[in-house]
Design a binder for this molecule. Sequence first.
Ligand code: BG6
Length: 513
Amino acid sequence: MAQLAEQPMTTLPRVGKQSDPCIMVIFGAAGDLTGRMLIPALYNLARAGLLSHEFAVVGVARAQISDEDFRKRVYDDVKTYCGECVEDDLWRWFSGCFYYYTGDFNNKNLYPQLKEYLNKADQEHRTQGNFLYYLATSPNFFGEIVEQLAASGLMEQNNGHWRRVVIEKPFGHDLESARKLNQHLLKVADETQIYRIDHYLGKETVQNILAFRFANGIFEPVWNRRYIDHVQISVAEMVGVEGRGGYFDQAGSLRDMVPNHIMQLISLTAMEPPISFDANAVRDEQAKILHAIQPLSDEEVLSRSVRGQYGEGVIDDKRVPAYRGEPDVPPDSRTETFVAMKLLIDNWRWADVPFYLRTGKRMPVRNTHIVIQFRRAPFVLFRDTAVEHLMPNQLVLHIQPEEGISLQFAAKVPGPVMRLGTVDMNFEYQEYFGKQPSTGYERLLHDGMIGDQTLFQRADMVEAGWSVVNPILDVWKALPPRNFPNYASGTWGPKEADELLERDGRRWRNFEK
Ligand code: BG6
């Protein structure tokens, strides 16, 4: 193993506690997620002084790569994705933390050998026996890797050290497979060792939903069915399937986005205040909301959910192909690239308040936002004025790429006659707090290293998310779509998605560029 360099002084002010000493073992280290997200996030943590001095990364994958070549890749990733020149001192220390181990995850012999290797690295880097395993692999390997780690004693926590495993999505492909995977994992590991990651929870704007709701006295009293007319959650993407046609065609938008990312947004928007920020206190409240979402009956799936697939079209003045023309997608694919639905939450706070959700690829803009639409004020006062109708107030939580919050309200247009205009009160993150280099994985990796599970999914939450989606999967499977492709790239999805709201006298709020 390499000569260890001293960790240099940090280059950014450190906000928060340093991680525990540990080795992060990345299964799938030669893959895209590792290069694009994990390594840049680790570098950003190092810059912020949030990584322990006693730290190492062991990348494991099938490809034959030397430590030196792995470090070269790490260098290129940091350069490409951190958006800053690599700082020499920091790089010297950081690169000395990286090792590569060749192995086939299905080969049972890998694990005892890896154990020896990790024990050696542990001594050298004084990481106190703490191992954070990160499964950046195909989901087929999740159960097997954890089982083999356990069989080799690599999940055992004794003498004060910890062993944790971070599991990427997709966690199962339906309710039954998610349950089976949970059972498989929980046979060999404790729930407190399992960190089911959802990168949406790494986004500052998503975490801010809790701060916004519970650190301010003025919103919570009106955050309920008496004042709120409905909620819209839109996750619009401009990209298509980006070379992931093979995966995506098996998954579809419903599985890819709804039980995970969109369920996070719903639960944070709708949950009751937790009694503390303790991981289980927060997750108990999120889980209650997920359990309170009314599952759709077969008839309701037909009337309250919409699926779509993009045809060719124009985005940003460029012609883009239809989904069926993407690499690794069959020319007659029936996989949806757009989904919209109306859900109801069966509890006292939200009874009868619709939550409309939609997500799609090849939309005209990239924009994730949550619209809270309040009930209209009574019109009575304006009957004898030039005002024809009152607009409802909308509070918009802008998740990305704009990051902020805006409140729309009516104001008097100056002049002798009573006329109203709709105006916006705006908060933008960047204006107040500047921009921090971030991939969105920094907080989640750091939490894994300090043992904070608040932003990770518990077994019951994952299963509750799938319970909402499962009836839709079943009906859609039984009734394959006949009208695909049914929206052009560069539009806001099929017309049925607009009709879903129009039937209720409502409209999607679309943000253009
Ligand atoms: C991933 C999905 O989980 O999230 C992708 O598999 C999707 O299909 C992505 O594009 C969206 O993430 P973000 O952070 O770009 O909104």
